[in-house]
Design a protein around this ligand. Structure first.
Ligand code: SF4
Length: 342
């Protein structure tokens, strides 16, 4: 921003900061709205720039209060963000890529393949634009990078996007309220942990390599032992734990033997476990959701042995906004989008 303002407007860092705050604090969508910038500068800025915003393509409201926002990007690609209000906590689940290259077998976004990475502004604009659409008494309190895409596969754009989310001249979220979820790209996980103190979540989803490799191709590159070894070495602040996400599939990874192996795997890792009962989908008829009793039994087994463990409540099923369902509506819209740009 500073270089652009110096090159194009021959103005100093003070003007750059004013423009930056107009965009990221005030949510200006046009130069004309930038009331803190002199009129003559606005006119020059208008000649040399446009403010790219996300265009709302569709909004879907769930009966449970969650809301899915579909955004059309400048090349016509569609991505989505999901708002999940829960009392005082209002979480926005954000996307980091158009499609995803990781090909997890249980995930509809994986079916799309990777179309392209989102740029920093396309990532950071999601909370900005959703906030503008909410009632004035509702504020997004938490951001999670768990939507479409593998955030750490797009680390070079994710880090500047997160800096905008954290910056008190911009979106001003606390690092305690931002969580980045990954399938476990080990080197990038370390890079992120060294760059920013955000919360980390790792999709483990299995208690053996055979189970994990069958559903997550990334396991061939980073088997469980390598992944957990990487997690043990992360420079985490004291007291901070990594959330291990464990999607539960009936008859596949939901037994108490799995729970016991999970405990052994996570020994010496600063860990807590988040169980996610699988959301059944007609596109994956062989995958079934375990009963509530099985999920509870698994949770209690872990808790009784000292492992922090929560069960994620399913939200947004009726609007295909629940975990692993993102991408259905986007598939048709994206057919015209060109292939991956890495
Ligand atoms: S679960 Fe996440 S990483 Fe895996 S294919 Fe889906 S979006 Fe990609």
């Amino acid at each position: 921003m500073e270089r652009f303002v110096a090159d194009q407007l021959e103005e100093g860092p003070g003007t750059a900061l004013r423009i930056y705050k107009e965009i990221w604090q005030q949510g200006a969508t046009s130069v004309a709205e930038m009331g803190t910038v002199r009129r003559e500068l606005r006119e020059r800025l208008d000649e040399v720039s446009t403010i790219a915003t996300l265009e709302l393509a569709r909004r879907l409201d769930s009966t449970d209060g969650s809301i899915k926002f579909l955004w059309r990007l400048r090349d016509g690609a569609i991505v989505e963000s999901v708002l999940i209000p829960d009392g005082q906590r209002v979480t926005l689940c954000m996307s980091s890529q158009v499609g995803c290259a990781m090909a997890c077998t249980f995930c509809l976004t994986g079916d799309l393949g990777l179309k392209r990475h989102l740029d920093p502004a396309e990532i950071a604009s999601q909370p900005l634009q959703v906030q503008r659409l909410l009632p004035s008494d509702m504020r997004i309190t938490n951001l999670v990078l768990m939507g479409m895409g593998e955030p750490l596969h797009n680390l070079r754009n994710l880090i500047p996007a997160l800096r905008i989310c954290l910056d008190d001249h911009a979106l001003n979220y606390s690092h305690r309220r931002i969580t980045v979820s990954t399938v476990g790209l080990v080197p990038q996980l370390a890079e992120l942990a060294m760059a920013l103190p955000v919360n980390l979540a790792v999709s483990l989803n299995a208690s053996t390599d055979a189970q994990r490799a069958a559903m997550m191709p990334v396991n061939r590159r980073y088997p469980i032992a390598a992944l957990l070894d990487g997690c043990r070495r992360l420079p985490l602040p004291s007291g901070k734990r990594i959330a291990f996400e464990y999607v539960m599939f009936a008859g596949i990874n939901d037994s108490l033997d799995d729970a016991q192996r999970l405990l052994e795997l996570l020994e010496d890792v600063p860990a807590k476990v988040n169980l996610i009962p699988y959301n059944e989908n007609p596109d994956r008829p062989v995958l079934r959701r375990p009963s509530d009793e099985v999920v509870k039994g698994f949770q209690h087994f872990l808790i009784n042995r000292g492992m922090g463990c929560t069960v994620r409540t399913t939200r947004g099923l009726d609007i295909s906004a629940a975990c692993g369902q993102l991408g259905k509506a986007e598939a048709a819209a994206m057919q015209a989008v060109p292939g991956p740009a890495r």
